[in-house]
Design a protein around this ligand. Structure first.
Ligand code: ADE
Length: 223
């Protein structure tokens, strides 16, 4: 899989991808993540990428031309299955969308910024738009990092124990059951007896019950 991210703040995206599972997945050759600085496609000697909004709205808007140029350049190099724009005024990203996008080959993610982007980009160049939740971030970079993280960890081979991605919260519309590790007792707080029993059928049943109980309590809307 290849993910191209277009941003005006490339520095903001270096950190999240240089650690842990994502970094290992990149090194293992399962995914290639390329960050593009939109400013390199900016106009004039000041490399302008944004301008005042028509109609007097406050705040700067990303211009169409630099975005058009970089997307066209990328599209001339390979075919893309999706061109995603991260923005709060969109459908919410969830585990199902992460599952779907993890099966694609090449995707572009355009990070929103300031007061948004020229609507003509959204109308003509973008194929999908996603928000990561009902709150407003200063830009779409952190949202793009969330999308990439949730996609990449699903790639076959990204997580050593494949079972562990399948048993995530939300994979079956349930929150994950609680987990424990040694010691079995600490400060008089016990690990549930059933988990120490070695009886896998009983343990699986307990896990399922706990998952349902937790979901009912915390996220009844999922049931
Ligand atoms: N950009 C700003 N806020 C955002 C959000 N909640 N989701 C996606 N992109 C954003």
């Amino acid at each position: 899989m290849r993910i191209d991210i277009i941003t005006v703040l490339p520095q903001l995206l270096q950190g999240p991808f240089n650690h842990s599972i994502i970094n290992r997945t990149v090194k293992a050759g399962l995914v290639e993540i390329t960050i593009h600085d939109l400013r390199e496609y900016g106009l004039g000697k000041h490399r302008q990428v944004d301008d005042y909004a028509y109609g007097g709205e406050a705040g700067m808007v990303l211009m169409i031309e630099p975005i058009f140029n970089i997307i066209n350049k990328l599209k001339s190099e390979r075919e893309y299955d999706a061109i995603i724009y991260t923005t709060p005024d969109a459908e919410t990203w969830n585990q199902k969308t992460a599952n779907h996008f993890s099966t694609l080959k090449n995707i572009i993610i355009l990070c929103g910024h300031y007061k948004g982007i020229d609507q003509r980009v959204r109308d003509n160049l973008i194929t999908h738009e996603f928000s990561i939740g009902d709150y407003v971030l200063t830009g779409g970079e952190l949202a793009a990092a969330v999308l990439v993280d949730s996609i990449v960890r699903l790639l076959p081979g990204a997580i050593s124990d494949e079972q562990s991605a399948l048993s995530d919260s939300f994979q079956d519309d349930l929150l994950a059951p609680p987990v424990y590790t040694r010691p079995a007792e600490f400060n008089n707080w016990q690990v549930p007896e059933v988990l120490l029993s070695g009886n896998t059928a009983k343990i699986d049943k307990w896990k399922e019950e706990k998952a349902i109980e937790r979901t009912k309590q915390i996220r009844p809307d999922l049931l």
